[in-house]
Design a protein around this ligand. Structure first.
Ligand SMILES: [Fe+2]
Ligand SMILES: [Fe+2]
Length: 465
């Protein structure tokens, strides 16, 4: 039951952050909100409830006295919204209509400042004709001495949650970037602390084995959100490389957070230019190029931003020979982290699906990058290639014996990775307990090799894994 609830709440939070990026009538928002209502009804039906009550205590989402760890991490938007409403939780009736739900979503955008009181918030909901979603008072801590049981009801206990889920971490990262972009587009401050805490979450999750799982989740749900997906993937790549370089945890945290925000300037680039499939005019191209300067200016104006955040936004399109954009003054010194981010940025852009270009294999991307003289820091590019390999972790591959699987790690050489075999030589899918790791670098497996990299264009892996 908790898994269902986790998924429902993560979906709800994702719908709120997607609504921040688009209008109610946008197909993506429509699809998500319809799904929210469907899952809400299913959950209530199965749990034999006529309403779902989610409490909020000390910044955590609580259900029946249990602390919902996963959704609490991705649910910052819902928690902040509750703070603005002065409420201690939301109650969603199983008869909530799409119209009411959409009005609720609208309110998450429209309400810029906290209301005066819970009473005023309730009136606001009624004014919007939202009857099936109610807001509750804060939990009141029992007065006098409390027993341990009472304390745990107050604080919530950790439910068995899927903290290790790659879907969840992807969701948290996606949500943080979507929120930052939405905040800037709406004229608000960027919640940099949130980006940093999500980056920290990514770090704690990030072992080499997990990286492959995470990258498997990072596909593009659609073109529209590719800036957000791109930012997440670039940040994950940079942190992965930093891991391989044995950078300190503090450094990785800073790189991850700054990586997530590097394209923040794009939220000021008009959509019709950003998503234009055809050739760009000179003026349109200039508008795109402006995003680095604009991003750096946005971050400079935030009180919690770091010099690295600003350096990434400013310098990620400046090439190793100093050309590129914006114009780099002669006296400026380039930080090696920015050189690394630039490599991750270009690699990601070349290997991703975009409206204006076909998907390229890492092999093709490397040949473009290696022959681009003056484009990249040569030693860093070489390290990048040997760390990521020809078959980057998370990618699906076909082995020469006909079996298929997902790359879990780069092997001793860039063309001989470790692969989790998920279907056998006859193409029959293997159940989880029969799947195994094939180490192509091992002597006994020298007779086998990767035959094909299977490129999956726009697979929507969200919330289903
Ligand atoms: Fe960029
Ligand atoms: Fe970028």
């Amino acid at each position: 039951m908790y898994e269902k609830l986790n998924n429902l709440l993560i979906l709800l939070c994702r719908t709120i952050s997607t609504r921040k990026l688009y209008f109610t009538e946008h197909p993506k928002v429509k699809e998500l909100s319809t799904d929210c209502i469907k899952q809400l009804r299913e959950f209530c039906h199965e749990a034999r409830l006529d309403k779902l009550f989610i409490g909020i205590v000390d910044g955590n989402l609580i259900f029946e006295g249990k602390n919902l760890v996963g959704p609490s991490i991705v649910g910052r938007q819902l928690i902040l919204f509750a703070e603005k409403l002065h409420c201690g939780g939301f109650s969603f009736s199983d008869s909530t209509s799409i119209r009411e739900f959409n009005s609720f979503l609208d309110l998450t955008i429209e309400l810029k400042h906290p209301t005066e009181s819970l009473k005023v918030s309730r009136e606001l909901l009624l004014k919007k004709d939202i009857q099936s979603i109610e807001i509750a008072q804060h939990y009141l801590k029992p007065s006098g001495p409390t027993t341990r049981d009472q304390e745990s009801i107050w604080h919530g206990q950790d439910s068995a949650s899927s903290l290790q889920s790659p879907t969840l971490i992807y969701q948290a990262l996606f949500d943080a970037v979507a929120q930052a972009h939405g905040d800037v587009a709406g004229g608000n401050d960027v919640d940099i602390d949130n980006t940093r805490s999500v980056s920290e979450y990514m770090l704690h999750f990030f072992t080499k084995a997990h990286f492959a799982d995470l990258m498997q989740n990072i596909h593009y749900p659609d073109y529209d959100s590719y800036t957000v997906g791109h930012s997440v993937r670039v940040a994950a790549l940079a942190v992965y490389i930093g891991h391989a370089f044995n950078w300190s945890e503090d450094t990785l945290l800073a790189v991850g957070a700054a990586g997530l925000l590097h394209d923040i300037g794009k939220c000021r680039t008009p959509d019709e230019i950003l998503f234009k499939p055809g050739r760009l005019s000179k003026e349109e191209f200039q508008a795109i190029m402006d995003h680095s300067r604009v991003g750096a200016e946005i971050l400079l104006a935030q009180k919690n931003s770091t010099p690295l955040d600003i350096a990434f936004a400013w310098g990620h399109h400046i090439r190793n020979d100093g050309s590129g954009y914006p114009h780099q003054p002669k006296w400026a010194v380039r930080h090696p982290f920015t050189s690394l981010l630039q490599i991750c940025d270009v690699f990601e852009a070349l290997t991703a699906v975009r409206p204006y270009k076909p998907i390229l294999t890492p092999h093709m991307a490397y040949s473009i990058m290696l022959t681009d003289r003056g484009g990249f820091h040569p030693a860093l590019l070489a390290s990048f290639i040997s760390t990521i390999g020809l078959y980057p972790p998370g990618n699906q591959v076909k082995i020469s014996d006909g079996s298929e699987g997902f790359v879990t790690a780069v092997g001793d050489t860039i063309d001989r990775p470790h692969v989790r075999i998920t279907s056998d030589q006859d193409g029959i899918e293997l159940p989880k307990h029969e799947q195994y790791i094939l180490n192509l670098s091992a002597q006994k497996n020298r007779g086998l090799h990767v035959e094909e990299l299977i490129l999956t264009g726009s697979q929507d892996g969200l919330l289903t894994a």
